[in-house]
Ligand binder design. Sequence first.
Ligand SMILES: C[S@@+](CC[C@H](N)C(=O)[O-])C[C@H]1O[C@@H](n2cnc3c(N)ncnc32)[C@H](O)[C@@H]1O
Ligand SMILES: Nc1nc2[nH]cc(C(=O)O)c2c(=O)[nH]1
Ligand code: SF4
Ligand SMILES: [Mg+2]
Length: 210
Amino acid sequence: MTYSVKEMFLTLQGEGVNAGARAVFVRFAGCNLWTGREQDRASAICQFCDTEFVGTDGLGGGKFATANALADAVLGFWGEGAEKRFVVLTGGEPMLQVDDALVEALHARGFRIAIESNGTIAAHPGIDWVCISPKAGSEVVQRAGDELKLVWPQPGTDVEAIEGWDFANFLIQPMDSVAAQENIEAAIAFAMARPKWRLTLQTHKMLGLR
Ligand SMILES: C[S@@+](CC[C@H](N)C(=O)[O-])C[C@H]1O[C@@H](n2cnc3c(N)ncnc32)[C@H](O)[C@@H]1O
Ligand SMILES: Nc1nc2[nH]cc(C(=O)O)c2c(=O)[nH]1
Ligand code: SF4
Ligand SMILES: [Mg+2]
């Protein structure tokens, strides 16, 4: 199959338990919870997205005809060295495109594979680090994984139900918006009230990384 990639880059993972880890990011084009067009944002299921994911025109983006071609490009961004190869599949919604062939091709090149997904599509079982970020008003089917990352605040979220899901880590992340400072305070209050959860920040935004 052909993979549509908005952009690809080498950076440090900015969020979550793996924050600080060198990683190649593959941002797949397209999402099932928003078209990505500003005129559709107010009517979308997910209305707070901070990311451009329409098209394949970003740096390192493009259409990749095969899994091997995409995995070779990932390896190219990683560069020298076989140690700790790490790729983060994000988007858009990566599970619209990730398949057996891609997981196999990345593993064949020695990559540990992480995914950032909204959880409305089951994560590929071969993925090594599953991060799910639920969106209020959507049906999350992927209720197990390594990291549950809840962007906060999201009115309508059933926090108690989420706490019953099978994740190794529960993280609360302030929503980046015009109300960012209030949202940070709300996320701090959340973590202070609920010891099961830890605060995570979008450190790449503070550090000027991609
Ligand atoms: C752009 S999404 C792509 C992956 C997938 N579609 C998802 O939502 O998990 C990557 C991460 O950024 C988070 N995110 C998106 N917009 C955000 C915002 N305004 N503030 C904080 N985190 C945000 C998402 O919840 C997700 O954890
Ligand atoms: N540095 C960096 N870390 C990230 N963690 C999750 C990201 C995403 O957009 O999925 C992201 C991103 O875009 N950049
Ligand atoms: S689900 Fe993820 S990519 Fe899709 S609009 Fe929401 S934050 Fe953005
Ligand atoms: Mg991001």
